[in-house]
Ligand binder design. Sequence first.
Ligand code: EPZ
Length: 420
Amino acid sequence: MDYLQINGGKELSGEVTISGAKNAALPIIAATILSDNEVILTNLPNVVDIRTLLNLLTMLGGSVEHNATVAKVNNGSITSTKAVYEIVSQMRASILVLGPLLARFGECEVSLPGGCAIGQRPIDLHLKALESMGATIEIKSGYVHAMAPNGLKGARIIFDKITVGGTENIVMAAALAEGTTTIINAAKEPEVVQLCEMIAEAGVKITGIGSNELTIEGTNKKPLQFKPLEIIPDRIEAGTYLCAGAITHSTITLNKVNPQHIRASTEKLESMGCTFDIDKDSMTIYPPKELKPVNLITIEYPGFPTDMQAQFMAVAVMSKGESLIEERLFENRFMHVSELNRLGADIWLKSNTAAVKGVEKLYGADIMATDLRASSALVLAALVAEGTTNVHRIYHLDRGYDDLEGKLSALGADIVRKKV
Ligand code: EPZ
């Protein structure tokens, strides 16, 4: 199994190009099921999760040509509507095929994704919304069997909780439904916005894009024809490199980034003493010699993202003073705490809040990655830990960070991938 060996203490400098957003690309790949024609996607991140979902489309009978950042997908040839356990268990986001498969084919079976390292992550809101649209849902032998033989019907859906994947699934389902669907309390993350724009560009009338109320006028089962689409920059990858700059006190320039999408992170870094030069699609971070502590609460966009919580905790560990970090979205997203403490951090956890006392130094050790963002937090801490840190189980990182060690090496980090 691969691991990353990092010798800490190197100053970083230079430029890094941000890849396409994994969490935008995944629903967009699922949305290609709404079409029976070729769809061309560019600026895909070269990460395992993207390959997994493209593989699922191939298993359903779709045709996929994929090389690194470009995919040509044609789902005109789909012959199966069963998303099997072997794929869904590798990646929860496979549940995103539920809405489009049901809307286009009137029936599908999708393996029920289990809980994961960061929480239970139920899909009850996806299922309830599809039922409001006329679907019959049965859960049997670990599969969600959804049926709507006469097609889905537009409905008024009020989400009890803001859900990114739930909103995406219902937008896709509504695009081919009969009549108008209104989603109240919709998610408005940039990834949801790009999905809505893609579907609207294909001729579906959608109002309220980027707000928490979406109205979608369905085509009544008529498949969509999508224009070629470039995936938006990954705001979480960008935020992670800003944290790499902050924790190592290094000036780093990010290219191909959307500064608007990462304002919650840049504002928190500003409160810690960092300054920025910001252009339309690039930005440079200038960290101070001594970082101030930070208080943050994770919340839906445009609030502070849960996907940046772990990385900010690593930075807070190296600040002067005490930080408070509250996780409100996922009940178990603190698996990095004990590993950071193994490096010498002083973090005390109570319920969903972590109190982080800044320390002078961290010391290299063997540590274990537990989920995607927790893994990147461990890498950030290792960049400043004295001596050698080996980060194990990096298959989590490979799911969502495009060439992390290559990009950090190019910035001057001493980081290599090794095999046990
Ligand atoms: C998306 O997950 C992202 N994944 C996650 O990124 C991200 O952390 C999350 O949104 C929140 O921003 C993708 O986009 C592929 P949710 P998703 O439905 O859609 C509860 C990463 O590291 N909920 O918005 O699964 C849920 O348990 C990942 O890249 C229900 O209760 O998240 C959570 O507490 C990890 N019932 C909250 O809502 C439901 O039916 C928000 O989850 C659905 C969700």
